[in-house]
Ligand binder design. Structure first.
Ligand code: 1GP
Length: 254
């Protein structure tokens, strides 16, 4: 089954998923990456996101190969630019940065990427990408040359997500940015959740089990954890337990 269909089905049934974000620049040590892959496999991680707003090393394909060689968890490209398209992954978030007003990230890069994607087997997942302010300026806000939505402008975020859904985007991704000072608050997640029917991805600054639980309870379907695992990979055990517990409680209610 396609990854998008799985996410839609899980959303309908109230089940949650977890993705580990790997920044190829930061995961250049095969031993560290293998340790993370082992933990991800043991803790039922659903997806790997691979990419970054600025990738300065040629590690992308090496990282993807190492994941493929060791685990069967699907790999979803989370590209900062069209330079980060690698056909050996399983899928790509075809991101439209709808919280911003940078035409290159609303349609420009897509025009360049479309013929490349047409000719490879990556599953293309049209995604409305919303940056939410999280304190200090994040790399993604700086590189994208866009202003994140203020974290207390709930209605603005909800209307943006709704417009994205009406434009046909199949996923909404609320991102505070990697290593965000503050994760996206529960009210923001919940307001956007109520505005759209598509699966909701939430990431940026989730670095404790409690923050993961809060995001799940507020309505995230898929939580993304990256930065915190670079410092403490074992945190994955605690966070994936939260997702597991949630899904068990859904099963028990059936
Ligand atoms: C960033 O949402 C992802 O785009 C994950 O953020 O690295 O802070 O976990 P962190």
């Amino acid at each position: 089954m396609k990854i998008l269909n799985t996410l839609q089905e899980r959303h309908q049934s109230g089940k949650k998923s977890i993705a580990v974000l790997i920044d190829p620049d930061k995961m250049d040590d095969p031993i560290r990456l293998n340790n993370l892959l082992r933990l991800a496999s043991e803790n039922c991680v659903d997806y790997f996101f691979v990419g970054g707003s600025l990738v300065t090393t040629p590690n992308l394909s090496t990282v993807i190969k190492q994941i493929k060689d060791n685990v069967s968890i699907p790999i979803i490209l989370f590209p900062g630019s069209t330079l980060q398209i690698d056909p050996s992954a399983d899928a790509i978030l075809f991101l439209s940065l709808i919280s911003g007003r940078n035409p290159d990230l609303l349609i420009g890069q897509h025009v360049v990427a479309a013929p490349i994607l047409k000719n490879n087997r990556l599953e293309v997942m049209p995604t409305g990408y919303l940056l939410i302010n999280s304190g200090r300026t994040t790399s993604v806000a700086y590189i994208s040359n866009t202003t994140p939505i203020p974290e207390d402008k709930y209605s603005l975020a909800a209307c943006t997500a709704l417009a994205g859904e009406m434009l046909g985007l199949k996923l909404i991704y609320l991102d505070a940015g990697s290593g965000a000072e503050r994760e996206i608050n529960a009210r923001m997640i919940n307001t956007v959740r109520k505005a759209v029917d598509v699966p909701l991805i939430v990431g940026g600054g989730i670095n404790t089990g409690q923050k993961a639980s809060n995001a799940l309870e507020a309505g995230a379907d898929l939580i993304v954890i990256g930065n915190a695992l670079e410092k403490n990979p074992e945190l994955l055990i605690e966070i994936s337990d939260k997702v597991y517990d949630w899904n068990q409680s859904i099963e028990a209610r059936k």
